[in-house]
Design a binder for this molecule. Structure first.
Ligand SMILES: Cc1ncc(COP(=O)(O)O)c(C=O)c1O
Length: 249
């Protein structure tokens, strides 16, 4: 579609730095890729930051000019840009952290593997079946047949997951009850995200036809709950999360 309309694709890889799709790095499949270094991201700074990448030298040069108010040479403006520079202190921190990024990812993958192995042993807790991921009704039928209460995330074999979140689907309208239980036990958890894009107030003036077809997203927004997955989470802490979920079931 982008080619047809002469558009450039900016691939939003804000949450997925290091993830791979069929061996290709997330953020390298569009004309541009963007990564976020917001503190909650896998490669987080201590404040805001981000990066734009491209393989196209002409686009890279254009982006560099836009980054400095559109001026090149300095104070001569052929384009209207803005200040898109990353703060120097964030750069200093991130250039240290980036060297350790592979370890951060490995730690998250270890945490996810532990959760999946242990939580799957609990009655009514199971991974979704990737074979059914593309068809909601088939997946629903399959989950109902298993008496599923909590659905664990599952990655396709052809993808490398970097676990920015570890998100459970809590079925039967019980998501908030599990969240309250975990919060009472002082276990950090959150809903990513409670309101889908099409339901945001700022889009309320768009024609209804452009906002239709998001039924699955609406439903999932009422089911999701993300549990701690950050790399420093140790085994005892993971066990605490698992025990709290087991107690709630
Ligand atoms: C998918 C996605 N895109 C974009 C952003 C925005 O990133 P930033 O806060 O660094 O601008 C986020 C941050 O939450 C995100 O998750």
């Amino acid at each position: 579609m982008a080619k047809e309309h002469g558009l450039k694709v900016v691939e939003d890889a804000a949450q997925s730095i290091g993830a791979k799709y069929k061996g290709r790095d997330s953020g390298t499949m569009g004309d541009f890729g963007i990564y976020s270094f917001f503190p909650s991201k896998n490669l987080g700074g201590f404040g805001d930051g981000g990066m734009l990448v491209t393989n196209d030298d002409a686009l890279a040069e254009y982006a560099r000019v836009l980054r400095v108010h559109g001026g090149k040479p300095k104070y001569y403006h052929h384009h209207v840009g803005a200040n898109f520079r990353m703060d120097t202190l964030q750069c200093a921190l991130l250039s240290v952290k980036v060297k350790r990024y592979a370890q951060y990812t490995a730690d998250r993958q270890r945490n996810a593997a532990h959760y999946i192995a242990e939580l799957s042993k609990l009655p009514g807790v199971m991974q979704a079946d990737p074979a059914h991921c593309k068809c909601v009704s088939t997946q629903d039928t399959w989950l109902a047949a298993q008496n599923a209460k909590i659905v664990l995330p599952v990655g396709y074999a052809h993808n490398d997951h970097i676990w920015n979140q570890f998100t459970l689907r809590v079925l039967d309208g019980k998501r908030d009850a599990l969240r309250d239980h975990l919060v009472a036990k002082k276990i950090g958890c959150d809903i990513y995200y409670p309101v889908t894009l099409d339901q945001q107030q700022c889009f309320a003036n768009l024609p209804a036809s452009s906002l239709s077809g998001c039924d699955v997203s609406h439903r999932v927004a009422g089911e999701v709950l993300s549990i701690p997955i950050y790399g420093e989470l140790n085994e005892a802490q993971r066990q605490e999360v698992i025990a709290a979920i087991a107690e709630w079931l």
